[in-house]
Design a binder for this molecule. Structure first.
Ligand code: MIC
Ligand code: SF4
Length: 639
């Protein structure tokens, strides 16, 4: 039987375990990336491992998430990141250089390599044929320490592309189609592998858009073959020597197949408040639009901006619309400056934003009350924009630009612009001057906002307390740990912990702390797909800091499950889904014999208020059980 591309890369990187679907395996990580919002914690964790320098092939630290710098905290974070990178042998990508995934694709990602990043959209590099996964900061710190990364050998779903996209229909519409089919839950331990004759009609940046939003389905990663288009992209980036051809064998066996005829696709939109809530743009036509934002790691490449500008050319943004454009990288900004695209955007009334995450993470550009915001980004979770009442629609740059002109949701196929000559350039403008190479000599600077990596205690013999909160389905890490205005506290856990579940129940932190002070263990009760979205390990660290010892859920997403184990919080799943409905917030709960249950993986949750015994299953590998016993991975490393 032939091999999938995924299993080819995995077998070359296998360190332990049997490469069989569903088995626990560990793989060697070649490259790592961090970004500032998860990076400070990752480097504090790396420092606690007492190694002189990073041990993996290439480690890059990007500053892209929080560059707003209201107050001293962000700037202090950046100084810590710059100096710790220098000391430990990490390349530092300065603020202004662009969004980690876009820049990594341009300058470092390579076919056949493994990449682990402390950001859930790290799979963007799957567009160039890297096996690229997102993880919590601690897992990335361990990879920088040369330790292998553990995953479940995934199911591989073939997504076979046929034909060619019609004008004004783009890569974003392809991934929205995939999201329509697979949704945002139930795809854990899965890899999407793109095949078929349609693949060769897509350039690497377009493939990257598709691979980027596989994260919204919850897959481990997405992969495109490495072919002549990959070679052309690497050549245009002056990196052709990194090219290797790579694809699945013709007789590779997949676990599932989804076929897409690219030529029959139409413009789509993900509607509030989930990237999986897909509708055709034709069904939304005419809806008033207040804000349009083009950018983010999904759609901020040179061609994305050029197509948007071509549609905007000769027009002006509607008086009722605010249009913002954030180029994905300094390279993209240089390219659009040189060829006049920037001028077209400015003349059309666009507000040019910094090459950074910015609006996508709710750092700025919060829309008005009850407004409609069209964005080319990848997440429209409730309250992520900073305005809870706003309605966010995720669309292609073409749909965004067309709607910015009219002020209403507009099908871009109604535009009369000609986009047919917009193709990937043969040469990009290469300027690496915003990367700082390590000298191993600087003293590490720590401002007052930089704390210590927090530690948990070993699993106690008695785990008893209250259901501190009960939440429903699809609780995202944005619900658990808000970013936006709170992002600047990422390096200060006691302060950041005051905002856990802010948009769901602002009284949660006080309640959790009060129980903790009485010596109790806290419980979170959750529905399906708990912890979807970001890789932020703060969604485990801060609840841990507030005394949470167990999350009892119907299902938990992959990265969040790993983060819970890394910080000693038990991820428990209901054996019988209907038991979720029997527990109420405030119920007194106890886990019977937690230490022996940890070994067997079968727990009994006693609801002392309701006088009920509820069977629970531990969602953890053998290696994770050990972390849970000692109170987290850092304790394990120190032992
Ligand atoms: C996101 O898009 O949600 C983020 C912000 O990039 C996160 C990382 C973070 O919370 O710092 C992610 O995707 O992992
Ligand atoms: Fe940044 Fe948004 Fe991409 Fe996350 S999804 S890395 S916040 S641009």
């Amino acid at each position: 039987m032939g091999q999938t591309q995924c299993y080819k890369i995995l077998s070359e990187h296998l360190v332990s375990g049997e490469l069989k679907r569903g088995e626990s395996i560990s793989i060697k990580i070649d490259q790592t990336l961090t970004q500032d919002a998860t990076g400070t914690m990752a480097y504090l964790e790396f420092e606690s491992m007492n190694l002189d320098k990073v041990q993996n092939e290439l480690a890059v630290s990007y500053v892209d998430h929080n560059t707003v710098q209201v107050g001293f905290e962000n700037a202090d974070d950046h100084e810590y990141l710059r100096t710790v990178a220098d000391k430990k042998g990490v390349i530092y990508s300065r603020a202004g250089n662009g969004i980690c995934h876009q820049v990594h694709l341009e300058r470092f990602a390579l076919p056949g390599k493994t990449l682990l990043g402390s950001d859930s959209h790290t799979p963007t590099a799957g567009g160039i044929g890297s096996f690229a996964a997102g993880a919590g900061g601690l897992d990335v710190a361990l990879a920088m320490a040369g330790k292998p990364f553990s995953i479940i050998a995934p199911r591989v779903v073939e997504i076979r592309l046929h034909g060619k996209l019609q004008p004004f229909v783009s890569a974003k519409d392809v991934i929205l189609k995939v999201l329509e089919r697979f949704g945002v839950k139930g795809n854990v331990n899965t890899v999407f592998e793109y095949t078929g004759d349609g693949v060769k009609t897509l350039s690497v940046p377009e493939r990257a858009t598709i691979a980027n939003m596989g994260a919204e389905c919850g897959v481990t990663t997405s992969l495109f073959p490495s072919d002549e288009n990959t070679r052309a992209f690497l050549k245009a980036q002056g990196r052709e020597d990194g090219f290797v051809p790579l694809s699945a064998d013709d007789d590779a066996e997949y676990d599932d197949l989804f076929e897409i005829d690219l030529s029959s696709l139409e413009p789509l939109a993900a509607c509030p408040h989930s990237p999986g809530n897909i509708k055709p743009v034709t069904s939304l036509k005419g809806m008033k639009v207040d804000q349009v934002l083009i950018g983010s790691c999904t759609n901020s490449s040179y061609m994305d901006l050029k197509r948007a500008a071509r549609i905007l050319s000769g027009h002006h943004v509607a008086p009722t619309v605010s249009l913002g454009v954030a180029p994905g990288s300094r390279e993209v900004l240089l390219m659009i400056t040189e060829d006049g695209t920037l001028e077209t955007l400015i003349k059309a009334g666009a507000r040019i934003l910094e090459s950074a995450c910015g609006f996508c993470i709710g750092n700025h550009q919060s829309p008005g009350t009850d407004s409609v915001s069209l964005r080319t980004s990848n997440r429209n979770f409730y309250a992520r924009s900073g305005t809870a009442s706003a309605n966010l629609y995720l669309v292609s740059p073409e749909t965004a630009a067309a709607s910015a002109i009219t002020g209403i949701f507009t099908d871009p196929r109604e535009c009369n612009a000609n986009l047919s000559d917009i193709t990937m350039p043969e040469k990009f403008i290469i300027d690496d001057s915003m990367f700082i190479m390590p000298t191993y000599s600087l003293d590490i600077k720590r401002g007052p906002n930089i704390g210590e990596p927090p530690e948990n205690t070993a699993l106690p013999e008695v785990v008893k307390g209250h259901a501190v909160i009960k939440v429903g389905d699809k609780i995202t890490t944005d619900h658990i740990m808000p970013a936006g205005a709170r992002l600047k506290y990422r390096s200060n856990i006691p302060h950041y912990a005051q905002f856990v579940f802010e948009s769901v129940d602002p009284a949660f932190p006080e309640r959790a702390k009060a129980y903790k002070e009485k010596g109790e263990s806290g419980f979170i009760i959750a529905g399906n797909s708990y912890g979807q979205g970001s890789s932020r390990e703060h969604a485990a660290i801060c609840p841990m800091y507030l005394g949470i010892r167990a999350v009892c859920a119907v299902s938990i997403e992959r990265i969040h499950q790993a983060n819970l184990c890394n910080f000693g919080i038990l991820p428990l799943l209901f054996e019988n889904e209907e038991d979720y409905g029997k527990i109420e917030e405030g119920d007194e709960l106890e886990l019977l014999s937690p230490l022996s249950s940890l070994s067997s993986g079968s727990f009994t949750l006693r609801d002392l208020t309701k006088n009920l015994d509820i069977p629970m299953r531990l969602f953890a590998s053998e290696a994770q059980k050990e972390m849970l016993r000692v109170g987290g991975r850092l304790n394990e490393e120190k032992a």
